[in-house]
Design a protein around this ligand. Sequence first.
Ligand code: SAM
Ligand code: DTB
Ligand code: SF4
Length: 364
Amino acid sequence: MIETRHNWTKEEILEIYNKPFMELLYDAATAHRLHHDPNVVQVSTLLSIKTGGCSEDCGYCPQAARYHTNIEGNDLMSVQQVKAQALRAKESGSSRVCMGAAWRNVKDGEEFDQVLEMVRSINKLDMEVCCTLGMLTENQAKRLAEAGLYAYNHNLDSSEEYYKEVISTRGFQDRLDTIDNVRKTNVTVCSGGIIGMGEKVEDRAGMLVALSTLNPQPESVPINALVAVEGTPLEDQEPVSIWDMVRMVATTRIVMPETQVRLSAGRTQMTREGQAMCFFAGANSIFAGDKLLTTPNPDVNEDMKMFELLGLNPQKPFTKKVQPQTVEAKDSQYQDLGEKPKWTRPDHTIERNEAAKQKAKTLK
Ligand code: SAM
Ligand code: DTB
Ligand code: SF4
């Protein structure tokens, strides 16, 4: 077995990314088979538990309050609503529920307590529970772990250099610090990014350097193709070509052979043949369900037909790691500390983000 490396350089990663296509595909498929069953794909269902109205300026995101997008905002869902949706996801073949909140960071208080209850109720359904709630302190990560959280999603999104061109309201280091806080628990790390935001191939390689040099590497890495949403600063970006998507998936698989590579946003623009190439190149997870957080995703029945056609089987829950135990709120060892963490607010402006904000003001 080839050892997983944590010292990949940008030059080495670029060399892999730019290999002749057939060689790249062969190398990625070979790496895939060393660590995974190539006929098994993990299926997650996304649930937007709190939608829109976010304070951040992420240039890709329809949920940022400052842009004029056509999404329907919602306050935090109830535990009952979440449980009902999770059951539906389980019945349709998902092994994991990923709850997303349009928050900059988690704040201790009633709403976080409610999220902890959601985690408890889904873990009791014997499904893997993932959350993506923004930045997180160590104590908050421990409280989520205690409730039975299986994974925490926190994307690096791009290279450190290009991150500054997309988001100005927080820094790349804040993202790394949150991942570090999650690593202080037993919760697995899910971290990846987006391609198609106008970044260079060097930025894609830079992001993979940042992810692959983490030790341990993230247990799952979502690769999103930008969904260019009207009103966001990135609304006019050209769709990512399938060739770029396959190259990105294959390179991710080679530099992070043990990780679960998730074919994430952007599947509605991809053909079945395109997706099959991604699976061959090492993708072994998808988001299922007709909605991602706010944008469309392929129909579940279509995905089932694709699985049948390709002979793929959904992965059973807790295949890669044992199910965490849930500690009830009354037995918790971790209190609400009401911490006031000092997440950074960098001091730079991004012209296209400013322009989208001004345009939104005139439209209101
Ligand atoms: N607010 C939290 C945060 O930013 O960490 C969690 C939710 S946020 C929507 C989760 C991830 O969704 C982002 O990091 C980004 O990678 C992805 N995302 C958001 N909008 C997207 C878009 N239009 N296209 C592709 N991916 C997107
Ligand atoms: C991830 O990397 N992609 C998912 C999940 N993690 C949270 C989110 C994709 C969101 C796409 C835009 C939307 O639907 O709002
Ligand atoms: Fe808010 Fe997350 Fe969207 Fe950024 S990506 S605007 S933090 S919901």
